[in-house]
Design a protein around this ligand. Sequence first.
Ligand SMILES: Cc1cc2nc3c(=O)[nH]c(=O)nc-3n(C[C@H](O)[C@H](O)[C@H](O)COP(=O)(O)O)c2cc1C
Ligand code: SF4
Ligand code: FES
Length: 562
Amino acid sequence: MMEGMNNPAAIIEPYRDQTGGTISALRALVLAQGYIRDVDQQAVAELFNISQAEVRGIVSFYSDLRTNAPANKIIQVCQAEACQATGCRSLTATLESRLDIAMGESTPDNEFALEGVYCLGHCANGPTALIDGTVCTNLSSADADSLINGNPDTAPTEIVETDNQLIFNRCGRVDPLDFDAYRADGGFSTGPTSAESVLAEIRSSGLRGRGGAGFPAHIKWQTVADQPENQKYIVCNADEGDSGTFADRLIMEGDPFLLIEGMAVAAGAVGASKGFIYLRSEYPEAAGILAEALQIARREGALNEIFDIELFIGAGAYICGEETSLLESLEGKRGIIRAKPPLPAIEGLFGKPTLVHNVITLCSVPWIIKNGGEAYRRFGVGDSTGTMPFQLSGNVKRGGLVELPFGMPLGEFIDAYGGGTRSGRPVKAVQIGGPLGAYLSREHLGTPLTYEAMAAIGAGIGHGGIVVFDDTVDLIEQARYAFAFCEHESCGKCTPCRIGSVRGRELMEDIQESGCTKEKLILVKDLCEVMEKTSLCQMGGMTPIPVESAMQHFPGDFGLEQ
Ligand SMILES: Cc1cc2nc3c(=O)[nH]c(=O)nc-3n(C[C@H](O)[C@H](O)[C@H](O)COP(=O)(O)O)c2cc1C
Ligand code: SF4
Ligand code: FES
């Protein structure tokens, strides 16, 4: 029996009055006992005065909230795109054969379990796996035995030094928890700036949200600022679930005070008195550093009774990166998408005006306020202003994070920083913007890395992830995976996404098994149109992007005329 098994009430009690306490309490049970039993669910229901059905609903939504005794050693292998590009499928097959179980199963003696995970944020060094809290990187099939019998190492993700690092200039070079050094480098030195002047600088900077949608930040800020309510919140979206992205992780681990300062400045400008960082559970190192940084910031007076920040750890659900799902989760519920309107800026956390931003958006704020919006706008091109931490991974010799002004052509970026493919084979496809992003072919390599140029070819920069595939990639399999990922991660609220993703995956499997026909393609296109036009959120709405771009740009893979 694991520690704490006798006394679940003591484990969950500290979370009674916490925001999102139900999820934190259930996570605590898993951490202490390995899994959640029926009696534990009853105890949680009683403590939070909710029904057992509600607790069951929460437990069944989040992948971390296990209800069965876990195996002694759980090998979680990343199955997402950047790791696919470097061979996670053959690593998985070798592990399955060595352990004589399929993915998702445990050995009969419950000694080993094989599980799939979707991005551990170490994509630049894929394939990756997670064992007992340690991320193992740069794996291959040859590492299967050492994964079973030991724990291979974690390689650090490279942050490439560039001339224009507005966000990552300290990251990797400083002690992330040295508050005095942060101050000496100009941190927390914006002074008593009025809310109006901060809003004016954000407006003139042209800063757009780095979480994916690229929405102008100043519009959201102004909307929240204009709300008459006394209670307002700021929420930092640190769920970073997109495969091929790790910028949020690196900055939170390497320069956490930058995020705290960005949140404090934004909170002051919109009138928020309370902030939350919603961090994915796959980032335990960032969690530890942030928790300590928040304590130091409080001790040093940078956080206080006027504005404070709480750290909340998610429980394993990609969809909780979507802002309304995230807010539900932060309220301790299943991460079911909310219909918009109302926008979170008007009715967000607990129905109050809430400014939700990605980590990198908020980390861009201190530089803008110190140097001025106009100075920021001078970086980049057109309405793609400032710098973006592009994250290069997949089949490249050197993956890593490269902060650059927007505008470099995609192919030049890959050549300059990736140094060619790891396999030595030609580049065939590049997926940009995460799992809901487009697959581009060699003919798109001249496209500049800007929001506008990417939109013109049906792609998006998203959170800045760029995943390279060599000529062994099969785009039918990638399209099948896109539907399967949506099926796995769908919140289930609307039919086009919940059912459409299943039908899409089945269709792709049919194409894989018995070839492609015009009729099947028409069906896929019809399905994509329905998902795009009628899904409630962009999970279902954007899943057609990787599917249709694969079909459009790689017709040969589908047996179509080129
Ligand atoms: C399926 C889905 C997943 C998302 N995941 C994330 C995420 O992990 N991190 C993030 O910052 N934004 C994510 N977003 C975007 C958020 O909904 C929201 O636009 C963002 O947090 C706003 O911050 P920004 O203005 O700084 O971009 C996701 C959106 C969708 C539809
Ligand atoms: S599109 Fe998918 S994730 Fe979004 S609300 Fe519908 S079912 Fe939920
Ligand atoms: S760690 Fe595998 S895709 Fe990110």
